[in-house]
Design a protein around this ligand. Structure first.
Ligand SMILES: NC(=O)c1ccc[n+]([C@@H]2O[C@H](COP(=O)([O-])OP(=O)(O)OC[C@H]3O[C@@H](n4cnc5c(N)ncnc54)[C@H](O)[C@@H]3O)[C@@H](O)[C@H]2O)c1
Length: 253
């Protein structure tokens, strides 16, 4: 495959990507950072302080950097964008990946817990799109990838606040895709099924139990989700916007 062909190594050369929640070393954001960098992108790894963000950034194929970011903090987004603009002059890709899991049905979810999950999973996605859109617009466009979930495709069997926040991600993705299309900015949502990351509570026993619900009989890997993010980040998906793509091995089929 030619280096600059969509999906070929080097197809993201010269592009700058921001990924939130990418400081979880075995998480999806870190896998996405590694793959986008392998394809030539300069990746700004962001997460709450105290994780593996520095290590993830230091190991990337194209030198990137870690910047602390709480996605719920509007001022922190402003600071981040000031740094990105001063240092790189552009942002081509935003992956809103940060997320918070709360394993609770509605009657066991306190209003405080509900608001916190919505603040991170929903408001954080809005603040990210709001922060990057002006620079993307000014530099000719970009690709925004919002991390939803199969919990945003169904309600039954899903934790209440988490499902509510992820359904909202679908709505925001569609509304923003429509709004930003004429600026050359594409906005898509990915809906992972059960992916083997630190977010999955419990050990092997729980993973085996969860695998039993999946038609293919196994959990997905962060690298498999990263492959979908790579597709949506690059020119191979140039006519894809406003989509919500399940990556769940038929879990919701
Ligand atoms: N693992 C799964 O089965 C699964 C399935 C569907 C969707 N998802 C979604 O995928 C995304 C990535 O999750 P993961 O599986 O890699 O889990 P993970 O726990 O490894 O990573 C989540 C990251 O989000 C970060 N984060 C939490 N609150 C934050 C905040 N306020 N500001 C910035 N960062 C914050 C955490 O520090 C962590 O690094 C999340 O949005 C999650 O909801 C996960």
């Amino acid at each position: 495959m030619d280096r600059t062909e969509p999906g070929g190594k080097g197809d993201l050369a010269g592009k700058v990507a921001i990924i939130t929640g990418a400081g979880s070393y075995a998480g999806q954001g870190a896998a996405e950072a590694r793959l986008l960098a392998e394809h030539g992108a300069t990746v700004v790894v962001t997460d709450l302080p105290g994780g593996a963000g520095e290590k993830v950034a230091a190991e990337l194929a194209v030198p990137g950097r870690f910047l602390p970011l709480d996605v719920t903090d509007e001022a922190a987004w402003t600071d981040l964008m000031a740094t990105v603009e001063a240092e790189y002059g552009r942002v081509d890709i935003l992956v809103n990946n940060a997320g918070l899991w709360l394993h609770a049905v509605m009657c066991d979810t306190s209003p405080r817990e509900y608001r916190r999950v919505v603040e991170v999973n929903q408001t954080g996605v809005y603040l990210g799109m709001y922060a990057v859109a002006p620079l993307m617009r000014a530099t000719g466009g970009g690709s925004i990838i919002n991390t939803c979930s199969t919990a945003g495709l169904k309600g039954g069997g899903m934790p209440f606040a988490y499902a509510a926040s992820k359904w909202a991600v679908r709505g925001m993705t569609r509304a923003a895709a429509w709004e930003l299309a004429s600026d050359g900015i594409r906005v898509n949502a990915i809906c992972p099924g059960v992916i083997d990351t630190p977010m999955i509570e419990g050990g092997t026993e729980n993973r085996e139990r969860l695998a039993g619900f999946i038609p293919s009989g196994r959990l997905g890997t962060p690298e498999e989700v990263a492959d979908l993010v790579l597709f949506l980040a690059g020119d191979g998906s140039r006519y894809v916007s406003g989509a919500e793509i399940a990556i769940d091995a038929a879990f919701t089929a």
